[in-house]
Ligand binder design. Structure first.
Ligand code: SF4
Length: 305
């Protein structure tokens, strides 16, 4: 197979919001064409919902919808297997098993390219998955491994220096928006939360505005604990922002059925309460209506201004 003749689809969901640009660059440097799925919309959401069980968290359902939207336009679909990006920690089990869920949930045959990201066993798991991907795409294994080291390894580990390119133009009263990147930066799932706050004159700060090392330092005592990888970003950001002066309030946007959030939210809420910082938890699922969402948001904003 000629590398120029194959197209890899990249679903615009989950970890795409953190590392999508690195994966696009990875495939580009290997001479592989990529196509990123459209922004989330009602069709993508509905398609994802119907092929998952009710208990699946919202972002994983949406990810399935993104995959389905790519099946007719890409030869292969890239599904990263994020197992661990830091020390001894593990990512959320749903990210670890994402590729397997897709195989079982989507009846239509989906040809996937899976690459493991596992800082705990970098040589073994990762190299095996890269060898497999290289064979499938007809690329020299050593070339793919070298490009992987250059574009991915340094950039995806937790605590890597972050380029805060998600939020800009902060000039009003500071407010913090927490949540997984694939919730708060997905305009459809977040119902445009960040823009709504900006329109009300707030300066919006998110985990992306903080240096990764600072978040990691402040996420103690949860650093190096199993299954906290996916929650550290928010724990570290919350524990950092709550010690800065002038924060008007904190909003946490959580998807329905997120096991990680059920723990991290509890720790964050208790600490914010002790500090006397106003806190709003917004949980959304596929049935959430924008009117109810806006009412809760406006009531909170009325309270803090
Ligand atoms: S961290 Fe939560 S939202 Fe993200 S994949 Fe895991 S369960 Fe789903």
């Amino acid at each position: 197979m000629k590398t120029g003749s194959v197209t890899v689809g990249i679903p615009r969901g989950l970890i795409f919001y953190d590392h999508g640009r690195y994966w696009e660059s990875f495939f580009k440097r290997l001479g592989i064409k990529t196509i990123v799925s459209q922004k989330t919309n009602s069709f993508i959401l509905n398609d994802g919902v119907v092929c998952c069980t009710n208990e699946t968290c919202l972002p994983v359902k949406v990810f399935h919808g993104h995959i389905l939207s790519l099946t007719d336009v890409a030869d292969y679909i890239f599904v990263p297997r994020y197992l661990s990006v830091s020390g001894r920690e593990l990512c959320c089990p749903k990210l670890c098993g994402l590729a397997d869920m897709i195989k079982y949930n989507i009846e239509k045959q989906v040809k996937t390219i899976e690459i493991n990201i596992n800082t705990r066993h970098l040589k073994k798991d990762t190299c095996q998955s890269i060898r497999q991907a290289a064979e499938t795409l007809g690329i020299n294994y050593h070339k793919m491994l070298s490009v992987f080291k250059d574009t991915i390894v340094q950039n995806v580990s937790f605590g890597a220096p972050y380029h805060a390119n998600h939020v800009s133009g902060n000039t009003g009263r500071p407010i913090v928006v927490l949540g997984h990147s694939y919730m708060i930066y997905d305009e459809y799932l977040s119902m445009g939360l960040i823009q709504k706050l900006k329109n009300k004159g707030f300066s919006v700060f998110t985990p992306a505005n903080l240096n990764g090392y600072i978040k990691k330092m402040n996420a103690e005592p949860f650093v190096d604990k199993f299954f906290f990888n996916t929650g550290l970003e928010n724990l570290g950001a919350a524990f950092t922002y709550m010690n800065l002066s002038g924060i008007s309030g904190v909003i946490y946007l959580s998807p329905f059925a997120c096991g990680v959030d059920s723990l991290t939210l509890e720790f964050i809420e208790r600490k914010l309460f002790k500090k006397g910082i106003p806190f709003l938890k917004l949980t959304v699922d596929e049935h959430t209506g924008e009117a109810g969402f806006d009412t809760r948001l406006e009531a909170f904003l009325d309270m803090i201004v």
